[in-house]
Every structure is written in structure tokens, then in C-alpha cells.
Design a protein around this ligand. Structure first.
Ligand code: GNR
Ligand code: NI
Length: 176
């Protein structure tokens, strides 16, 4: 097992459309395991392959609470089979936009088709937090971040702050 560095926005690698995997082979299964380890360490409730520099349609999620038993879910080529009319709004964060949060409205309930770590076709129905998390991760596979769902004003404010933080970090690193 290994943890991977998480890419912070703005970065062109977070804006790419990711490629479907042909099949979930050992390399993809290992990527899924490493992504989960990276996610739990962060800590986060989801992670998409482009966040660790891999332009493939692979995501992992675990939206269980701190005191609950873990429920890791690994998905390749996830597809939305159903989305509810009903909308759920949640204050989202993203490991690629650290320390920034905004309310995002999405369908409350979704049904997702995907390939699991054994290359088996699966379907999962999710609602509320898990559904939000799955949709947030699937957005990453098309180069979409949660800030792309909010007003341009709020988005640019967050992105400007991230650029500033990156510059400060680069200066600190150079001064060492
Ligand atoms: O850890 C995360 N928390 C979160 C909270 C609300 C909505 C979505 C998320 S996903 C995020 C981890 C992440 O950036 N995944 O891409
Ligand atoms: Ni994210």
C-alpha cells in the first residue's frame, strides 16, 4: 500500500476529461487501494484518480461517520443510471481546494453503475451525503470541481486565494 500526493487547484491536471478503464486489472485495483489509503489519511470521504495525477475514470468513496464501521467503495467507469428530481444542498469541501467550502445543490438520490475492484459490474443506490460525494467524485472525472457549481464571484474568490496560498508555499520552500 502507498499514499499518493494530492494535487491542489489551480492545476491543469484537475481540468482534464478522464479516460474510461478497459477493465479493472491488478494495476487499477492497486490504484484503488492506494487512493483509499490516501483518502483515509487526508482525511476525506472521497477521492478521484485525477486528484492523484491519474487521468482515468476511477473513484473511491466512504461516507461513513467516525464511529461507524468503514464502508470503502471502489468504482471504475461510474455512470449515473438515475438521479432524483429532489435536490439536496450540502456544504462541500475538496481535498484539492483545501480550507474552502461552499453550498452545492445536487440530486438527493442517485443510482450508479460501475465496475468494482474485481472488474464485476455493480449498481449502487445512494442518497444524501453518499450521493453528494459520488457526484462530486464523478465531476472530477470530467474536470469539474465543486466551485464550478457556484457563482463566478465566489469561484474566483476561492481560486484567487488558492493561487496566493500556492505562491506563499513556493516562497517558503525557496527560503528553506
Ligand atoms: O472529503 C471530502 N468531503 C466532502 C464533503 C462534502 C462534499 C464532498 C466531499 S468530497 C471531499 C474529498 C474530495 O475532494 N473528493 O474529491
Ligand atoms: Ni474533490
Amino acid at each position: 500500500m502507498a499514499t499518493l500526493p494530492i494535487i491542489i487547484a489551480p492545476d491543469p491536471r484537475l481540468k482534464m476529461k478522464c479516460k474510461p478503464v478497459g477493465q479493472v486489472d491488478e494495476a487499477i485495483a492497486t490504484l484503488m487501494t492506494d487512493m483509499l489509503e490516501t483518502m483515509y489519511l487526508a482525511p476525506g470521504i472521497g477521492l478521484a484518480a485525477p486528484q492523484v495525477g491519474v487521468t482515468k475514470r476511477v473513484i473511491v468513496v466512504d461516507a461513513t461517520g467516525k464511529d461507524e464501521e468503514r464502508n470503502p467503495i471502489k468504482m471504475a467507469n461510474p455512470e449515473l443510471l438515475f438521479t432524483s428530481e429532489e435536490i439536496w444542498t450540502y456544504e462541500e469541501g475538496c481535498l484539492s481546494l483545501p480550507d474552502h467550502y461552499a453550498e452545492v445543490a445536487r440530486p438527493t438520490k442517485v443510482r450508479v453503475g460501475y465496475l468494482d475492484e474485481n472488474n464485476k459490474r455493480c449498481e449502487l443506490e445512494a442518497d444524501e451525503l453518499l450521493a453528494t460525494c459520488i457526484q462530486h467524485e464523478m465531476d472530477h472525472l470530467d474536470g469539474m470541481l465543486f466551485v464550478d457549481h457556484i457563482s463566478a464571484l465566489k469561484r474566483n474568490m476561492i481560486l484567487r486565494k488558492l493561487v496566493k496560498t500556492k505562491k506563499l508555499k513556493a516562497q517558503d520552500a525557496a527560503a528553506e
